[in-house]
Design a protein around this ligand. Structure first.
Ligand SMILES: Cc1ncc(COP(=O)(O)O)c(C=O)c1O
Length: 384
């Protein structure tokens, strides 16, 4: 089938295209002598186990995690966040979070509020997505168990000061859960120096792996209740899930094909370097902002020009519905962006765009200046 030419600016939803090595690694495990990891000691089962462990080691290297077995594989960030939130919280616990969280944080918290009697405080951020650390400190109570935050807002592109936030959480006796959906692979993350207790990440966005992959890092001193119960291929006589990691949190057959692809994606990232990817994406966003900022009727969301941000630029066009702008970009110009509420209604309250949502262009490791020029020319035409 002939590939349709497209300017892809929706990397915040999923990266595309993936490096060729990702598909190759997946086909190799799919067609090669690879069986079910942890379900036998014959060669083909061990081969699958080796491939999976290799990806765990690469992720540990990327995030500076001492023991690769403290990383558990999930099918996306959402599952990792559910495991972290539901596995950590008990009735009566209090949670501090922010007003720019994705529904993958907010919905599990609201579910536990309804069913388990936990309490949640959503801390307001300014429209640029900046946090007031003194206010954050005041939000803690003796029963606060968890501080949860998106490392980068998927609407504003703002980046939170994780080191300072983890220091405050730990001083108050709480754990820190970081939603790295918009930073894993595209921004340096060091769980040790940032003192992160739980890190939820997607495999399919900045890490360049296939959809259906993700993971959760769990600090060795933190024991979560498993989200799923079932076969692990280990301690089969026990009624409880094994204590040993990663088995405790990985019931059932793993997505070995996807994890092999994720390993190839992480290898690609390690070769490019997260600092280089961040700089490349930042320069592209600055370009978009500088040029869109000149167009009458266009308003930009998030941090000002020159400030740190991930590869996200959301904007509105005066008197035009966000979905209509995205529709025109797609149909008339072959440019793929996302429009609407981006699963963060509270984020839109923060940005002041609750009425109509926003258009979001998001760049990736392979976005070029030519892609950006195409977007700018199209918005100049649409906003006229
Ligand atoms: C900040 C944030 N959290 C969570 C998610 C959910 O990620 P996933 O689709 O991998 O479950 C997203 C997806 O865009 C996101 O941007």
């Amino acid at each position: 089938m002939k590939q349709q030419s497209v300017v892809y600016l929706d990397h915040a939803a999923t990266s595309w295209p993936k490096p060729e090595s990702v598909g190759e690694a997946m086909i190799e495990i799919l067609n090669g002598p690879s069986a079910n990891s942890g379900r036998g000691s014959y060669g083909m089962a061990l081969q699958a186990g080796r491939t999976i462990f290799q990806t765990r080691m690469q992720l540990a290297g990327l995030f500076h995690i001492d023991n690769p077995n403290d990383i558990v594989f999930t099918s996306n960030t959402t599952e990792a966040l559910n495991l972290a939130i539901k596995g950590c919280l008990k009735p009566g616990d209090h949670v501090v979070t922010t007003m720019v969280e994705h529904n993958s944080v907010r919905r599990p918290l609201e579910y536990l509020k309804r069913t388990q009697g936990i309490t949640v405080d959503y801390l307001a951020l300014n429209p640029e997505g900046e946090i007031d650390l003194a206010e954050l400190k005041r939000a803690f109570r003796p029963e606060t168990k968890l501080l949860v935050c998106a490392h980068s807002s998927n609407l504003l592109g703002s980046i939170l000061p994780i080191e300072e936030m983890s220091r405050i959480a730990h001083e108050q006796g709480a754990f820190l859960l970081v939603d790295a959906a918009q930073t894993a692979g595209g921004y340096p993350i060091d769980v040790k120096s940032m003192e992160i207790d739980l890190l939820a990440f997607p495999g399919h966005k900045g890490l360049l792996g296939p959809q259906g992959t993700g993971g959760l890092y769990i600090h060795p001193n933190l024991d979560l209740e498993p989200l799923q119960h079932g076969g692990t291929g280990s301690q089969s006589e026990a009624l409880e899930m094994p204590q040993v990691r990663p088995d405790r949190y990985e019931a059932g057959t793993l997505n070995a094909v996807g994890i092999a692809g994720l390993g190839a994606g992480v290898s690609h990232i390690l070769k490019l370097g997260t600092e280089r990817i961040y700089t490349h994406e930042w320069q592209l966003t600055q370009n978009i902002m500088a040029e869109l900022g000149k167009i009458k009727g266009v308003s930009l969301l998030g941090p000002e020009l020159g400030k740190p941000r991930t590869g996200i630029v959301a904007f509105t066009v005066k008197d035009q519905d966000a979905s209509s702008v995205a529709f025109q970009l797609d149909r008339k110009f072959g440019i793929a962006v996302r429009a609407g509420y981006h699963c963060t209604p509270l984020g839109h309250m923060t940005a002041g765009t609750s009425a109509g949502g926003a258009v979001r262009a998001s760049v990736g490791y392979n976005t070029t200046n030519k892609d950006i020029e195409a977007l700018i020319a199209a918005i100049q035409f649409i906003a006229k």
